[in-house]
Design a binder for this molecule. Structure first.
Ligand code: TYM
Length: 336
């Protein structure tokens, strides 16, 4: 049995990068022979300042969005990270066996902390240790993510392997990243060298799953390109970051290899290609936005899913946590 775990930060709206890089793959990995768990990682969101009321609303909305996109609570365990205290407790245990040198290598911290490293919060620095705990507390074997999470996954594997080795146990599997599809690193629509991100100041840098048809068409029409026509083969996209990004988006949405997309559009200018890309996105995203509106109007359904998800996740997490504590020499908890 494959145990799958993945998470998404409940900050701002989910965009097409999150969807194509992660969530759409999660939907497809809900198979009979897998045990998938998906969570809104609210504790990770706290590593940068948040407005409490907005975070609460965004967490509910993220869970509803995952359901609207096709995560089925009858096939997957859907929950909120902070509802399972074992994540934080395991993170502390891991932080006592993770050398600072491993964290110093993490590029995401360097990018997010920027020049003012001393003012960044400790939680932002130790974030990857909590992420390792998110995965390993369920002894997950597979982790479907976008490419930007690869380094964090490598750290989780290192922590799992070194823990097993240090204590002579076989407690944690080494989790495998699953980086799937044609759009594993979607770039900003304004700058093809920057990742599409929830935190970019410009809303025109990304397509949100809740954008309406007009806005999607407008954002794609305004997406940065270059003056050359589209090439006829993928090699012609080298050095053309914006064109490569739009072709990857089309390929992912149409589920065609980039070569097939360029066989249709090579030699043409961007206008008809952008119009077709906008149509594809609207056709795909409109039903998700409709289902999201329905779920947001029915908070009882989301609450019930979260209660069921938390109960199952807690039971699994507690078992691994107790075993880890015992392995490390903590006294077993008194019973009764
Ligand atoms: P987050 O919330 O930034 O993103 C959620 C998922 O979306 C993917 N993603 C992208 N994929 C393609 N192109 C993009 N531009 C793009 N932007 C984001 C991410 O790779 C991710 O899969 N640290 C994680 C959350 C996390 C987690 C975990 C993931 C916490 N614990 C345990 C897996 C397992 C994050 O910040 O994702």
């Amino acid at each position: 049995m494959r145990r799958i775990l993945s998470g998404i930060q409940p900050t701002a709206k989910i965009h097409i990068g999150n969807y194509l890089g992660a969530v759409r793959n999660w939907v497809r990995l809900q198979r009979e022979d897998y045990d998938p768990l998906f969570c809104a990682v609210d504790l990770h969101a706290l590593t940068v300042p948040q407005d409490p009321a907005e975070l609460r609303a965004a967490t509910r909305e993220m869970v509803a969005t995952l359901m609207a996109a096709g995560i089925d609570p009858d096939r997957s365990t859907i929950f909120v990270q902070s509802h399972v205290p074992a994540h934080s407790e395991l993170a502390w245990l891991f932080s006592c066996v993770t050398p600072m040198g491993w964290l110093n290598r993490m590029t995401q911290f360097k990018e997010k902390a920027g020049k003012h490293r001393d003012q960044a919060m400790v939680g932002l620095y130790t974030y990857p240790v909590l992420m390792a705990a998110d995965i390993l507390v369920y002894q997950a074997t597979h982790v479907p993510v976008g490419e930007d999470q690869k380094q964090h996954l490598e750290l989780a594997r290192e922590i799992a392997g070194s823990f097993n080795h240090r204590y002579g146990v076989d407690l944690f599997p080494l989790p495998e990243p699953q980086i799937l599809g044609e759009a594993t690193r979607v770039m900003s629509l304004r700058d093809g060298t920057k990742k599409m991100s929830k935190s970019d100041a410009s809303d025109f840098s990304r397509i949100n799953l809740t954008d309406d048809a007009d806005l999607i068409a407008q954002k794609i029409r305004k997406a940065k390109t270059d003056p050359e026509p589209l090439p006829s083969e993928p090699a012609g996209l080298d050095g053309r970051a914006e064109a490569a990004n739009l072709v990857a988006l089309y390929a992912a949405m149409a589920e065609q290899p980039p070569a097939a997309v360029l066989a249709d559009y090579g030699g043409q200018n961007f206008a008809p290609f952008k119009a077709a890309l906008a149509d594809l996105m609207v056709a795909h995203l409109a039903p998700i936005a409709g289902e999201l509106r329905r779920l947001l109007a029915d908070p009882g359904t989301v609450e019930a899913v979260l209660a069921r998800g938390a109960a199952r996740a807690r039971a699994l997490g507690e078992t691994t946590l107790a075993e880890t504590q015992e392995t490390m020499g903590l006294l077993a908890r008194p019973t009764g």
